[in-house]
Design a protein around this ligand. Structure first.
Ligand code: ADP
Ligand code: MG
Length: 499
């Protein structure tokens, strides 16, 4: 999915305030009623409706009038909220090119103030799995709601927690830098996915290293579950880095043996095909560190497992057993459904058809929602804090950790406002709201204007003072912070958009 962050620089405080109001509303609504957005945002004189029009124009929200007049965040809107938070936190300062695309993620380069390039993974669960989620409604009902914001945030949270724990235990993984909402920031791996490598100097060594990793993971109580040539990076020195952790499970998982064997099989299959490793290679491993079964393969039974040893650390780093169970259910039930459909792994699919992911975006139609209560990478007692009403929603907005201040409208004034959004449109974005036609946009713009006028009239006891018409007149482009402008120009040559 294309990510045009230029508009981010032109977002005003009010734009963020309304965008955040839509995010808050999505905790309890699939489509957030326009009046609720207005009440949460609390802008005077019907300003919300004018801002919504700009957000729509920039495809940060999607309008839905099927049942009532309402809005939901688009992926781009959610991306902007996460990126803005991380930029404000000083984690990175600019966004560069896209370096990876998965079925349920997009990966970009980002750069810090001092020029260090990092990788940003934006999780997009639900992008292709509407059917799977829908089919799990029974299970999901007890959670009251389940949507792509929640799923994507959970995936990011899990990825971050596992990456950190694995890194701390000396596994070759990217360094986990930070995480917010559905976005994980990690070190950039200098290398290529193994699938792109046609030749190796030491295929036997690489093969052994990779198999050894699967075994060592199991010794630490974990199975990768998507361990294949797409999720193994290799550099010029043939050093291995493993990536992509949202689907990892404990060795105590009921299907652990199957997942372990599948990971091993993937590696065997790939090396056999790509590097023509002979079958003797398998036998050669007898007597090595790895306990093998009679075929010479590492066997799940013979691995010295210390299941649970990483669980504690993962819980401490934010990803608790409960979240793990929920995530496992979603990912593995989906995987089962996918494999029964087309008998292929998710990453393998990515390589074939990953280019046109935008076309596959589906909106989730889940009856009730309870998404990103705590946008940051620390799971709080989200469920118990779920606001049931608008009033509660406002109250609980302050109860979350750290950057969750963002969801408290009163704290939105702290958001570092730049220029207003109006001039920063990018109408060619292939976002999931691209189904809006121009005609619909016009009609909607008129409707928004009407609503705005009505809201203004309501505020002023149905009298609309002339002055209010200009109350939300945006400042012109001329006030653009010249430092930002200069930086933007500079980084154009580096293909990074300074934020
Ligand atoms: P998905 O979950 O969608 O499969 P991955 O985490 O496997 O996403 O990433 C997809 C692709 O993005 C990888 O195959 C790799 O090319 C690239 N990528 C992911 N993380 C990094 C990283 N830290 N550094 C460099 N490239 C990365
Ligand atoms: Mg992957």
């Amino acid at each position: 999915m294309k990510l045009d962050v230029n508009a981010l620089r032109y977002l005003s405080k009010d734009d963020f305030r309304v965008l955040t109001a839509v995010e808050m509303g999505m905790r309890n609504h699939e489509i957030v009623p326009a009046e609720l957005v207005d009440r949460i945002a609390g802008l005077k004189h019907g300003g919300t409706y004018k801002v919504l029009r700009n957000l729509l124009k920039n495809k940060l929200v999607h309008h839905d009038a099927t049942k009532y007049d309402g809005y939901r965040l688009t992926y781009l809107g959610y991306d902007f909220l996460a990126i803005k938070t991380l930029v404000n936190r000083g984690v990175f300062a600019s966004v560069g090119r896209q370096i990876g695309v998965g079925k349920e993620s997009d990966i970009f380069e980002v750069a810090t103030e001092d020029g260090t390039v990092l990788a940003m993974k934006l999780h997009r669960l639900g992008r292709t799995s509407f059917r799977a989620v829908k089919s799990k409604r029974d299970y999901l009902q007890h959670r009251r709601s389940f949507n792509w914001l929640y799923l994507s945030r959970l995936a990011a949270l899990k990825e971050f927690a596992f990456m950190k724990a694995l890194g701390d235990h000396g596994f070759p993984v990217p360094t986990a830098v930070d995480c917010n909402r559905h976005c994980v920031i990690m070190s950039l791996v200098q290398g290529y996915p193994l699938v792109q490598v046609k030749e190796l100097q030491n295929p036997d060594d690489v093969f052994d290293t990779i198999l050894g990793l699967v075994v060592r993971l199991a010794e630490h109580g974990l199975i990768h579950c998507d361990f294949n040539e797409f999720n193994i990076m290799i550099d010029d020195e043939e050093k291995i880095t493993m990536i992509d952790f949202p689907q990892m499970v404990s060795v105590s998982h009921r299907n652990a043996q199957m997942f372990f064997d599948r990971d091993i099989e993937c590696i065997y299959k790939f090396f056999r095909k790509r590097f023509h490793l002979s079958s003797e290679k398998y036998v050669e491993q007898d007597g090595s560190d790895i306990d093998d079964d009679e075929n010479g393969r590492p066997s799940f039974q013979s691995v010295q497992k210390s299941a649970g040893s990483l669980d504690k650390e993962l819980a401490a780093s934010g990803f608790t057993r409960k979240e793990q169970v929920e995530m496992d259910k979603y990912i593995h039930e989906k995987a089962e459904e996918e494999s029964s459909d087309d008998d292929s792994t998710s990453d393998r699919d990515n390589s074939e058809d990953g280019d046109d992911v935008a076309g596959k975006i589906n909106s989730l139609k889940i009856a009730e929602q309870d998404s990103a209560g705590a946008p940051d990478c620390t799971i709080e007692a989200r469920d118990s804090n779920e606001p049931e009403t608008f009033a509660e929603e406002n109250e609980t907005g302050t109860s979350h950790h750290g950057d969750n201040n963002l969801i408290n409208p009163s704290s939105l004034s702290n958001v570092d406002a730049k220029e207003p959004l109006e001039s920063g449109g990018h109408d060619d974005s292939d976002d999931d709201s691209s189904d809006d036609t121009d005609g619909e946009d016009d009609a909607l713009a008129k409707q928004l204007n009407k609503q705005r006028k009505r809201a203004i009239a309501a505020v002023h006891g149905r009298r609309r003072p002339l002055s209010s018409r200009n109350a939300y007149k945006y400042k012109g482009k001329g006030t653009m912070n010249s430092k930002i402008e200069r930086q933007a120009c500079k980084c154009k040559s580096r293909q990074f958009a300074i934020l």
